[in-house]
Design a protein around this ligand. Structure first.
Ligand code: DLL
Length: 394
């Protein structure tokens, strides 16, 4: 845990914002400090939580939430440097070295993915290919012709790129890919296996959110690939029960909460991410001292309750991708035709009794009964950024 002085520095900054009034004068520990929620950022849209003079701001980004106003976040030069540094740390940890070719297929723009990876790669001294999202057929050619060694994209977009590589008549052996840095949405070990086979790389998970800085809050080490090391020099991590807000023990799932320690323009105290994961403070085989968070299962808001069973779309993904013959593209449609929720899984694939096998695998592994709609190959919309996994018709 960081020293009281380190926390005090953030507290003093946050006191300059409208949220400062909530901070008790006599706080002793982090737990005495108030939480910050997405609604606070919305209420003070666009730049009401800034603690530096406006002419010190150098950039804004926005979170990708699709509902309502975007959440604007702002950085001064110090913050942009810190962000490049955490990204360079995460990417170096993954094995990215000066001179390597980094193909960055995260979207550039208000989304933090594109510029976040771009700055990290430049900081390391890699050669960056700022491909961005979209024009997927061109991604395959660029990867081949510029000999991309590191692929940065959402895992769902990486699958789409893999498909376009196949369609161009190429395979992993025609490419130089070694490392994949995938994040911005939940993904499973089954997806990892698939991505590694199709692209011939080592797939690593990298986590972040714009409110805290962007990508670079936590990342897997290649040595263990067992949890994502939180960049604790810059962010304090807690896990709390999403309903009671009480801390949960290490190893227990709950909501991730982050406090920024070194951000200047828009510091946040105990920010409720809505993301569900657990913490592991056991030493890691890689020797890095940072606590590890489990992969994010999903957002608390995305949890589905199907006839009393709580589940995240990622649990369906894990079961689905173990069935032979299915493609890794899927969508879940939730409906409530009568009193009860009904879940339909739209997926693609080939093979005898495929729908029945998928249904059986999900019942066995997740404990829910879903309707399975097999769709012709290529009919499930392909993602160019964050995949839309759930369509809620309730
Ligand atoms: O998605 C930042 C990012 C870009 C992370 C590229 C990694 C790679 P936002 O658009 O603000 O920022 O969305 C943040 O995305 O609260 C999670 O719900 C989800 N998310 C991000 N990384 C992961 C991950 C970027 N590795 C929201 N696994 C977060 C699961 C993730 N979910």
């Amino acid at each position: 845990m960081p020293t009281r002085e380190a926390i005090e520095r953030v507290v003093e900054r946050v006191r300059r914002t409208p949220l400062g009034a909530r901070i008790p004068a006599d706080w002793e520990r982090l737990e005495d400090l108030p939480f910050t929620a997405k609604e606070d950022l919305r209420e003070h849209y666009p730049l009401g939580l800034i603690t530096v003079p406006h002419d010190e701001l150098r950039r804004v980004h926005a979170s990708s939430g699709s509902r309502g106003k975007p959440t604007i976040v702002a950085y001064n030069q110090h913050d942009l440097n810190m962000w490049s540094e955490v990204m360079a740390y995460c990417m170096t940890m993954a094995g990215v070295k000066p001179g390597m070719v980094v193909h960055n297929a995260y979207g550039y723009g208000l989304f933090t993915g594109g510029l976040g990876f771009h700055q990290g790669a430049e900081r390391i001294g890699a050669l960056t290919v700022p491909a961005g999202g979209g024009v997927t057929a061109r991604q395959a050619l660029l990867l081949r012709d510029l000999q991309g060694q590191v692929l940065c994209s959402t895992p769902s977009y990486a699958l789409h790129i893999a498909q376009s590589i196949r369609e161009a008549g190429l395979g992993p052996d025609d490419l130089d890919l070694q490392i994949g840095l995938f994040g911005a949405e939940p993904w499973t070990d089954a997806m990892r296996t698939q991505l590694e086979a199709e692209l011939g790389l080592t797939a690593l998970n990298l986590y972040g959110l714009s409110e805290i800085v962007g990508p670079g809050v936590a990342a897997e080490c290649p040595e263990a690939r067992d949890g994502l090391h939180v960049m604790e020099d810059h962010f304090i991590v807690e896990v709390v029960d999403p309903k009671t807000s009480e801390p949960v023990p290490d190893g227990t799932d709950g909501e991730l909460v982050f406090t920024t320690l070194t951000k200047e323009a828009m510091p946040l105290l105990r920010y409720r991410t809505g993301d569900i994961a657990s913490l592991n403070r056991e030493p890691c085989v890689c020797g890095r001292p940072f606590a590890r968070m489990s992969p994010v299962r999903g957002r608390y808001d995305d949890m589905l309750i199907i006839r009393g069973v709580n589940l995240y779309p990622s649990q369906i993904e894990e079961a689905l991708l173990h069935v032979n013959g299915v493609s890794p593209h899927y969508q879940l449609v939730v409906d409530r035709p009568g009193q009860l929720d009904e879940l339909t899984l739209h997926c693609e694939g080939k093979g005898t009794n495929l729908a029945a096998r998928v249904k059986h695998a999900i019942r066995e592994q997740v404990g829910v009964t879903v309707r399975v709609q097999l769709r012709p190959m290529g009919e499930i919309p392909r993602s160019e950024g964050k995949a839309v996994r759930v369509i809620d018709r309730r």
